[in-house]
Design a protein around this ligand. Structure first.
Ligand code: NAD
Length: 485
């Protein structure tokens, strides 16, 4: 991490990019440039496609049991290098070291799940669909898939896809976030060390040019995109135009409902983690707090008390509970949302901008925990994804009012309810139109054997990342009807 231009990994080799365009990779806690991400050209991306194409048949005909041995080796290497990998993640992103460890645990989980491909990829059959005729389904890999990844979980998000894609026999191209590419560089060093056959998985840094080349190529099959809804919708449309399979996991605005019968003592730490974990930069982060009925005042006061205690600083310090925003642009965007909240008439009862008065935080992109009271559903801070440590509180009368507010928002990634009533919880999961529901859980993050769901503007496509959904996305079901004379 000496400010060098990162290399692409194509056909089993580290290759210097020919581009003269780079993006600075910055440690957000210190403002220091730690690397440069090359904005790879069309030609370089085509080389990666060629490598993935050439290696496809050999890899596809390698028995699944042999393919997954690379995943076992990769998993072991992640465990062996766990501390270093977690540190790199914290340095490039700013999240706390504990959050980085958690991210790598989730990455490992996905790799473990993909090692069960010899079971997950099984087809099915039935005898005697007519006299002496049998019918079966086989799930076959299709070719070259690719991923376009976001900055907020730069190590884990790609693992919702690539382990399943290559374990099922496809070859792969990964376009990491140009803002936080280092964790994937570290993981590709591991691919190199374990000797994964060349061309099976390739790394191409960059932006729109690389992504457009991947979509436009007649040799690629499908895209797994995770990032903002704005870019996601653009790529979804383009994938349609070029006949690609696509899964787009987009932005979010997650409403957290707290009922009057909630167990407040247990709820508060959950809310703190939901809104302030990863400095609010999670697609599953709490986005708005809906305080129902007469719990409103006690909830607000308890939350305020807990939020004030959060320690802020450089994530490598084990005592820190919240790191900086991951980029200067991210910080500026959150500051602008806070300003808009004030201008639109919400009452700021905890102002995270104050941490910027402390000189030790000035080089980094820090904003402290922020709480807005007296927010109304039409305010910008109640509508938009802020992607920062801000809690807008809306006081609602009852569950119906809460659900109506949730349904009026275009996003549908996640929502949680805190209640002691099974009946209310069931009603919530039944009616609320989002992909991931938490019941007395602040961050409804599905484990790797479940799909990472999402609805409305938070997801476009039909099959999600992780587990069986991923296997279906990366395979085609071929039907074989057999009669022997
Ligand atoms: P982003 O949309 O800015 O970038 C995502 C990726 O798209 C990056 O690799 C980027 O280089 C690429 N990209 C950007 N513009 C492009 C263009 N014009 N053409 C082609 N590629 C382009 O998103 P981000 O800021 O990196 O990530 C944050 C967003 O991701 C948030 O909205 C968050 O909610 C969302 N997210 C969603 C999920 C989910 O599962 N739904 C998970 C994590 C993050």
């Amino acid at each position: 991490m000496n400010g060098e231009v990162l290399k692409n990994y194509i056909n089993g080799k580290w290759i210097e990019s020919v581009t003269d365009k780079t993006r600075d990779v910055i440690n957000p806690a210190t403002g220091e440039i730690i690397a440069k991400s090359p904005i790879s050209t069309k030609e370089e991306t085509l080389q990666a496609i060629e490598a993935a194409k050439t290696s496809f048949w050999r890899w596809r005909t390698t028995p699944a049991q042999s393919r997954i041995r690379y995943l076992y080796d990769f998993r072991e290497a992640l465990e062996e290098n766990f501390d270093e990998l977690s540190e790199v993640l914290t340095i490039e992103h700013g999240k706390t070291i504990d959050e980085s460890r958690g991210e790598y645990r989730r990455t490992i989980e996905n790799i473990e799940t993909a090692t069960t491909i010899p079971t997950l990829q099984m087809g099915y059959n039935i005898e005697d669909v007519a006299a002496g005729i049998d019918e079966m389904v086989i799930k076959q890999p299709l070719g070259i898939f690719f991923c376009v990844a976001p900055f907020n979980f730069p190590a884990m998000v790609p693992s919702w896809f690539w382990p399943y894609a290559i374990a099922t026999g496809n070859t792969y191209i990964l376009k990491p976030s140009d803002q936080c590419p280092l964790s994937m560089v570290k993981q590709f060093e591991i691919f190199d060390e374990i000797g994964i056959p060349k061309g099976v998985i390739n790394l191409v840094h960059g932006g729109a040019e690389a992504v457009n080349t991947l979509i436009e190529s007649p040799d690629t099959v499908g895209l797994s995109f995770v990032g903002s809804t704005k870019v996601g919708k653009l790529l979804y449309k383009k994938c349609g135009e070029f006949g690609k399979r696509v899964q787009v996991q987009g932005g979010a605005k997650n409403f957290i409902t707290v009922m009057p019968d909630a167990n407040l003592e247990r709820t508060i730490p959950n809310l703190i983690t939901s809104f302030y974990g990863n400095a609010g930069q999670r697609c599953l982060a709490g986005g708005v707090l809906l305080a129902v009925g007469d719990i409103y005042e006690t909830l607000r006061e308890s939350l305020l008390e807990a939020a004030k205690k959060i320690t802020i600083g450089e994530g490598l310090d084990e005592s820190i509970q919240m790191g900086p925003l991951a980029s200067e642009a991210g910080m500026k965007s959150v500051l602008s949302y806070i300003q808009t909240g004030v201008e639109e008439g919400a009452e700021i009862i905890l102002d995270g901008r104050n941490v910027r008065k402390n000189e030790k935080f000035l080089n980094g992109f820090f904003i402290g925990p922020t709480i807005f009271d007296k927010v109304t559903p039409s305010m910008t801070i109640a509508q938009d994804e802020i992607f920062g440590p801000v809690i807008p509180i809306i006081h609602v009368k009852n569950l119906d009012e809460a659900i109506n507010i949730i349904h009026e928002n275009p996003y549908g990634n996640a929502s949680s309810i805190f209640t002691s009533s099974g009946k209310i919880a069931r009603e919530y999961q039944y009616r609320v139109n989002v992909g991931n529901i938490g019941i007395n859980i602040g961050v409804a993050a599905p484990i790797s054997t479940f799909p990472f769901s999402g609805m409305k503007d938070s997801f476009k496509g039909d099959l999600h990342g992780q587990g069986k959904n991923a296997v279906d996305f990366f395979t085609e079901e071929k039907v074989v009807i057999t009669r022997w004379f």
